[in-house]
Design a binder for this molecule. Structure first.
Ligand code: ADP
Length: 650
């Protein structure tokens, strides 16, 4: 195409400006597009990174909301735990792993847990006098007598509490009086009975569990069966939170039991009891947010209900573990991990995206890490490839459109040039015969005594010029009608041989000139054809005219008419200058001339053969050329015959 453009540009300077304009139209957007693409590709990595980070931040916000919900649900579970007493709720929550410790404040439904030590109550009524007497004996070191007095109180006691206290005192006195066995028996066998389980001393402490601890101290040897029995009994009481054991006493007994029996497993609520006690001692204010405690308890977080009646305590490790379990249940983007950092926590790695949590988790950080560093590179590569393809397509489109514009402009330029040529040719062609006719007429007018023969000769020449002029005008008219698609053919059945003879007669005089040999050959029989007589005559005359025009001084022109495969053929053969293969392919194009100067001189305007082809095709026929440069040409017109060949009439 470039080569064609270049040759066109050489021929027509106007094309240069069009080309320059086109280059601007093509080059500017192409350069802009390439610049934009390279800039876009450079920015793509950053953009993809930013886009991914944004998407991940949105994801982190989702995770934060999920954690917030987790703590809300957790608090609701803790608040609404259905159990009879605060102590039972404490045990249930701690054992269920829902908190490391829980503090229930005193409420309408009962006392809180862990509780404060109850106020001491004085012993009541009659028992008071007997008790004081027994105490008097005990103070006077009359231990066994005191023990007996306490026993009497126990036996006569109307309440289980007093009876238990009396038995406890009796065992104490017997131990002091040396009757250790009896003392132990009271502690284990009597106070170990279920009916004393709920007996409490004046400060609300349960007597039986304390009695079991005393018994263990007295037994001493952990390997003795009665030690084991007693320790097991005590352990089961301590882990029974339906027993109204004050938390201080429970904690104390648990710790003591562990000291006496170090081989045994620590009670499962001991750590929680101790943590709760430390929290209560610290006097920390309760907050509904998840807040880290300070001082000794800085490793512990508290979460209190809105009304402050329940406070859950969590060690930081537990907190992290639980939140990580929540996160592990969430769907994470491929090849990413989430790190949860408590306030002040620092990540070992630089996170790809991070989010400072708000609300209950205020101060915590959610960090998202990429496990595959080339993750966003891949995404960027994909996007860059998409840009590349789009850019390439856009450039291709620009080139195609530019190509189409070039074609269009070339066609327009060629048409303009052809029209200019046509005008010039028409003027020239009309001028020549008109001038020669005027010269002949002037000569005739000026002359006086010319002989008849000379006058006849002049008139013949004038008639010849007239014919030429008419043919020229006919051609122009046909072309004009052809262009406007207005050409109408009046078809009739005609004999081809007649047509050939008529054409031969038309050119007869001209072709009879010296140096020209014309032959007419008709291969009868010939079928008739359905055609417009004048139009086919125009075809034959154009071909004969060309054969004459494009031959050297010595001409040999043959018009042959024959039938072949249901068609009638008219072949015009000359031994003139001939045509190259390329020219032969183009001779039927409008305004095409192999050598413009030669054609001009010969009186042509590049329309003859295009008119021939138009007429022949309108008659459902075809025209072809067989030619060799320097050897001559044969133009063959084929027209469909209407019926089988018949003998020509004589
Ligand atoms: P023009 O009026 O120029 O003759 P035509 O359409 O009749 O236009 O012919 C187109 C061109 O084909 C001519 O300019 C000439 O170069 C070439 N041509 C036509 N007929 C012949 C022929 N018989 N021998 C050689 N060249 C021919």
């Amino acid at each position: 195409m470039l080569r064609l453009l270049r040759t066109s540009a050489d021929r027509d300077h106007g094309l240069w400006s069009v080309l320059a304009l086109l280059s601007v139209v093509v080059l500017v957007p192409t350069v802009c597009l390439l610049w934009f693409m390279s800039a876009a590709m450079q920015n793509e990595r950053l953009a993809v990174r930013e886009k991914l980070a944004e998407a991940y931040r949105a994801h982190l916000a989702g995770l934060e909301a999920r954690l917030e919900m987790h703590w809300q649900e957790r608090l609701r579970t803790i608040e609404t735990q259905p159990a009879a007493t605060a102590a039972e709720r404490f045990a249930f929550l701690v054992r269920g792993g829902l908190a490391d410790a829980v503090i229930f404040g005193q409420s309408n439904s009962g006392p809180g847990y862990p509780d404060s030590t109850p106020v001491q109550e004085p012993p009541a009524g009659d028992a008071g006098a007997a008790w004081r007497a027994a105490e008097q004996l005990e103070r006077s070191n009359r231990d066994l007598e005191a023990a007996a007095a306490y026993r009497v109180i126990a036996e006569r006691s109307p309440t289980i509490d007093l009876a238990a206290r009396a038995l406890q005192a009796a065992s104490r006195c017997q131990a002091r009086g040396g009757a250790k066995r009896d003392a132990l028996k009271i502690l284990t066998e009597e106070l170990g009975q279920p009916r004393y389980r709920l007996a409490a001393d004046g400060r609300g402490r349960l007597i039986a569990p304390s009695a079991q601890l005393l018994a263990l101290e007295m037994i001493g040897d952990a390997s003795r069966p009665e030690f084991r029995r007693t320790a097991d009994r005590l352990r089961s009481w301590l882990s029974d939170y339906s027993l109204p054991l004050p938390s201080v006493q429970r904690r104390f007994l648990m710790r003591q039991l562990l000291d006496l029996d170090p081989g045994a497993e620590a009670p499962d609520t001991l750590a929680a009891e101790e943590l709760a006690a430390r929290y209560l001692d610290s006097g920390a204010a309760r907050t509904p947010d998840l807040v880290r405690l300070s001082g000794e308890l800085r490793d512990v977080w508290q979460l209190a209900s809105a009304d402050g009646t329940v406070t859950a305590l969590f060690r930081e490790g537990t907190l992290l573990e639980q939140m990580q379990a929540v996160l592990a249940r969430q769907e994470l983007p491929a090849d990413t991990t989430i790190e949860l950092l408590p306030p002040g926590g620092v990540s070992q790695r630089v996170p790809f995206a991070r989010l400072q949590a708000r609300g209950r988790l205020d101060g915590w950080t959610l960090a998202q890490h990429l496990e595959r560093s080339n993750l966003f590179d891949d995404a960027a590569e994909r996007q860059i490839a998409a840009y590349g393809w789009t850019g390439a397509l856009a450039i291709l489109l620009i080139l195609v459109v530019a190509g189409m514009i070039v074609r269009l402009v070339r066609r327009q330029l060629r048409l303009t040039r052809m029209k200019n040529d046509l005008l010039a040719t028409v003027s020239h062609e009309l001028k020549t015969p008109l001038a020669s006719m005027r010269l002949l007429v002037d000569t005739l007018l000026e002359g006086g005594e010319e002989d008849r023969q000379q006058v006849h000769e002049y008139l013949r020449l004038i008639a010849q010029e007239n014919v030429r002029l008419s043919r020229l005008v006919d051609n122009f008219l046909t072309f004009s009608r052809m262009e406007r698609n207005k050409q109408k053919f009046e078809r009739a059945e005609i004999a081809p041989d007649e047509l050939a003879r008529e054409a031969a007669a038309s050119v007869g005089e001209r072709f009879a000139a010296p140096g020209c040999r014309f032959e007419l050959s008709i291969a009868a029989p010939l079928p008739p054809i359905l055609a417009d007589r004048d139009a086919i005559l125009t075809v034959l005359l154009n071909l004969l005219d060309n054969a004459y025009k494009y031959s050297e001084e010595q001409r040999h022109i043959v018009l042959t008419t024959y039938a072949e495969n249901g068609s009638v053929c008219f072949a015009v053969k000359d031994d003139g200058i001939g045509l190259s293969v390329r020219a032969a392919r183009r001779v039927f194009e409008r305004f095409y001339q192999v050598d413009q100067r030669l054609s001009r001189r010969a009186g042509g305007c590049g329309l003859g053969l295009s008119i021939v082809q138009f007429i022949v095709q309108a008659h459902n026929g075809s025209v072809a050329v067989d030619s060799q440069p320097g050897k001559g040409s044969t133009f063959t017109v084929r027209l469909p015959a209407t019926q089988p060949a018949r003998r020509p009439s004589a």
